[in-house]
Design a protein around this ligand. Structure first.
Ligand SMILES: Nc1ncnc2c1ncn2[C@@H]1O[C@H](COP(=O)(O)OP(=O)(O)OP(=O)(O)O)[C@@H](O)[C@H]1O
Ligand SMILES: [Mg+2]
Length: 322
């Protein structure tokens, strides 16, 4: 049985124009111990689809579908119980580590309060646990780091601390939303290696959200490509990124500066901009930007169906020369 199973997830957010759909019927499953990647342009609904699992959507949001995490039915759980599960078994780190860290509290206080609350540890045990958590993410001199405040650390170190807090209660699933986007490349590589080691050592599953397909190919086992609130292509990272079959996935890869294996190709930006929620084109929502679009694409929403080694929501295969 998968660790996480998401079916028909639909998220609508209140705006001045009424409710708009930002996640439109998404299905996926995350297996034990795997890194599951979620990629897609800005605004495609990656963050909202994850925040909905944790009950962290803006007020007035409407969520439909079903989300099973272990034995928990996350969308139908009382809010208080969800908070407990979300702090302990399911954790999230955000793009900007300062969002996860309180600026006025020492690192030690943030770590110990978290484990005292969720694991019920006494003060001494909580302090020992905090020290071990910082050592685990390779913070130099963890004992003095515990007495320091977030602003005293570099961006990369802060992200390590945010990961330490997220992992302090040994969750089964870590959702990492663009955890390395704000960091420079060498620091980024360090954080990715860290995530990879932690998942191997702790039998952790990771949902990694990133628009960076280079990062994705380095660490994810499977990947789902989001476009305008839907999954358009999904499968093993190897298959999807080496032989993309949805015109959107292909365009995303063509827009990458140095993707493996595509170095000899010219860089091509994706024409047009992603649609805004509330103004999603008819039929296949990618059709206005698609080089392969046909008349039928304007009228029919292509379902996500199994095609060989993957799931694909496009009847036109850009790999086939025409
Ligand atoms: N509080 C809000 N109220 C209304 N709409 C919102 C709100 N927050 C986000 N949105 C819209 O919801 C859509 C999905 O946003 P989401 O943050 O999930 O995108 P994303 O794929 O994570 O993008 P990015 O790569 O920029 O983080 C976007 O079009 C965004 O404008
Ligand atoms: Mg986001």
């Amino acid at each position: 049985m998968s660790l996480l199973e998401v079916e028909g997830l639909r998220v609508r957010l209140p705006t001045t124009r009424g409710l708009v759909t930002v996640v439109d019927g998404v299905d996926y499953a995350v297996e034990h111990g795997e890194v599951f990647g979620v990629a897609g342009e800005s605004g495609s609904g990656k963050t909202m689809s994850m925040l909905s699992l944790l009950g962290l959507l803006p007020d007035g949001a409407v969520v439909e579908g079903s989300v099973r995490f272990g034995e928990h039915d996350l969308l139908r759980m009382p809010r208080r119980r969800l908070r407990e599960v979300a702090g302990r078994e399911l954790a999230m780190v955000f793009q900007d580590p300062l969002t996860s860290l309180h600026p006025m509290l020492s690192i030690g206080r943030q770590l110990t309060e978290h484990v005292r609350l969720h694991l019920g540890l006494g003060r001494r045990d909580a302090e020992r646990h905090a020290l071990a958590s910082l050592t685990d993410v390779r913070i130099p001199d963890p004992a003095s780091a515990l007495r320091a405040f977030p602003h005293q650390f570099s961006g990369g170190m802060r992200q390590r601390i945010a990961i330490a807090i997220a992992l302090a209660c040994r969750p089964k699933l870590l959702i990492a939303d663009e955890p390395t986007t704000a960091l420079d490349v060498t620091v980024q590589a360090g954080i990715l290696r860290l995530l990879d080691r932690l998942r191997r050592e702790n039998d952790l599953s990771v949902v990694l959200i990133t628009h960076d397909l280079g990062v994705m190919s380095a660490i994810a086992d499977r990947v789902s490509i989001f476009y305008a609130g839907k999954v358009v292509e999904a499968g093993s990272c190897e298959a999807v990124l080496s032989t993309p079959r949805h015109p959107y996935t292909r365009a995303l890869l063509d827009a990458l500066p140095h993707p493996e294996g595509l170095q000899d190709k010219p860089l091509v930006a994706i024409a047009g901009a992603p649609p805004s929620p509330g103004a999603i084109p008819s039929g296949c929502s990618f059709h206005p930007r698609c080089a392969y679009a046909q008349e039928s694409c304007l009228h029919h929403v292509p379902p996500l169906v199994a095609m060989g080694d993957r799931l694909l929501a496009c009847p036109i295969d850009p790999l086939v020369e025409r």
